[in-house]
Design a protein around this ligand. Structure first.
Ligand SMILES: *Cc1c(COP(=O)(O)O)cnc(C)c1O
Length: 456
């Protein structure tokens, strides 16, 4: 059969409040044209993020009832720990409340002023946790990763030549670790090949530097390897993921992504001394090492989620539904970052709204228009999020002006995606009438969260 169906049926449901365009126009005005300020119940299809927004399975809800809320040594912890160890092979697992807590503990422990941490692309919270240590987060992505129209299979790879140069020319004591983000969230959700992971590991180890994975979307990355890298077509996603982790000395993880949990994460590592230091900090900031800022039931939801995330029928459907949205947009003349990533589609806003000058935020204008047309909430990843003012007061624009449509796991059906595509088609008909925006309030940092705007 050609039709790929959702490999689940719906047992418990969450109603969507249906709204019309005048209602949404008013809601957007009231939110000062900032989609983060719109109450979620006024959103019909929420594609703001895939983080913590997964739908849990009946088995996960059942596991939640088995949650052991003992302060120390809860059985939930041991179920969680054995699921993570079986998958990753790391000797020590520290639970945390979400990915950035793992990053905070790791970088507080290992990074100091003047250090440099290479990565394919640092995710924004990773970068922030490196920079707060006054260390440098250096992105060494392959050049094709920056070209939205390049269709290479592994656009998330780190540039091995650049990494090698960097390791040769930088004193060892200034490199606390080398990191790879799988898949590369800041770079269109593009995967990293096993060859690249292996090579990175080898280079780092030749220079005596530990190698860590930012493993948030490890299952999607493993499935891309299965589909695209010769030699892996007959291996299971679990085996491939296990091999990915086997080259690393540790990982940070947000269970809000590829663990189907609504909250949680972990640090995995093999070095006892490092783990001992991190554990002390964990107790200070997250909690006792057998719960790490989570309830016992959350640990059980993760343990069960990890069994489900490597299910290949699920991953097949996941990729098919993301690709369906991406290809549907391309068919309607809307350029996206190609090829489609695993968890999101990134729309090239400049291809839709070429007439809006960049200092009037075409990406943000597109995201606002999509909300008005269909009650769809995406996320601008462009000038509002990453633009800066130069010393001369002039704007410095990021390379790309994107709107990310992230797909929550197991939440929306194909007819929801068809609706999004129909809205995109409507929007294209009126794209000449869409106006740019300007700040009425510009916060000093992370301005996308709390900025206010008006239409030009
Ligand atoms: C989401 C994410 C993080 C941070 O995780 P949180 O749970 O949101 O704190 C880190 N790295 C990557 C690649 C992510 O996608």
């Amino acid at each position: 059969m050609k039709t790929i169906i959702e490999p689940f049926r719906i047992k418990s449901l969450e109603p969507i409040k249906m709204t019309d365009r005048p209602y949404r126009e008013k809601a957007l005005r009231k939110a000062h044209y900032n989609l983060f300020a719109i109450p979620a119940e006024d959103v019909m299809i929420d594609l703001l993020t895939d983080s913590g927004t997964s739908s849990m399975s009946n088995a996960q809800w059942a596991a939640i009832m088995m949650g052991d809320e003992s302060y120390a040594g809860a059985s939930s912890f041991f179920r969680f720990e054995s699921a993570v160890k079986e998958l990753t092979g790391f000797k020590y697992i520290l639970p945390v409340h979400q990915g950035r807590a793992a990053e905070k503990i790791l970088f507080t422990t290992i990074a100091k002023k003047g250090d440099i941490i290479p990565n394919n692309s640092h995710f924004d919270t990773t970068r922030a946790n490196v920079e707060v240590r006054e260390a440098e987060a250096r992105d060494l992505l392959v050049p094709e990763g920056r070209d939205p129209r390049n269709k290479s299979p592994f656009k998330g790879n780190i540039d091995i030549n650049k990494l090698s140069e960097f390791l040769k020319s930088t004193p060892r004591e200034r490199i606390p670790l080398v990191m790879l983000t799988v898949t590369n969230n800041s770079g269109g959700g593009q995967p990293v090949s096993m060859a690249n992971i292996r090579e990175t590991s080898k280079l780092a180890h030749q220079h005596g530097v530990p190698f860590f994975l930012d493993a948030c979307r490890f299952a999607e990355n493993a499935y891309f390897i299965k589909l695209r890298e010769p030699g892996y077509e007959n291996k299971s996603v679990f085996e491939i993921a296990h091999e990915m982790f086997s080259y690393a000395d540790g990982c940070t993880m947000s269970a809000k992504k590829d663990a189907f949990a609504n909250i949680g994460g972990w640090i995995g590592a093999n070095d006892e001394g490092l783990v001992s230091n991190m554990r002390n900090l964990l107790i200070l900031t997250e909690g006792f090492p057998t719960y790490g800022g989570l309830a016992g039931r959350d640990l059980d939801a993760i343990a069960q989620g990890l069994k489900e995330i490597v299910d290949e029928d699920y991953l097949k459907y996941r990729f098919a539904s993301t690709r369906y949205l991406g290809e549907g947009l391309l068919k309607r003349g809307i350029q996206i970052v190609e090829p489609p990533g695993g968890h999101a589609i990134y729309v090239d806003a400049l291809s839709v709204l070429p007439n809006i000058p960049r200092d009037q935020f075409p990406g943000h204008a597109l995201a606002c228009a999509l909300y008005e047309v269909g009650g769809i909430r995406g996320c601008e990843i462009g000038t509002v999020m990453f633009g800066k003012k130069g010393p001369d007061g002039k704007n410095i624009f990021p390379a790309l002006e994107l709107v990310r449509l992230a797909i929550p796991r197991r939440v929306y059906t194909q007819s929801h995606v068809d609706y999004v595509l129909e809205c995109a088609e409507e929007l294209m008909k009126e794209c000449n009438k869409i106006r740019g925006l300007r700040f009425t309030y510009e916060p000093p940092a992370l301005r996308h969260f709390t900025a206010k705007f008006e239409r030009v």
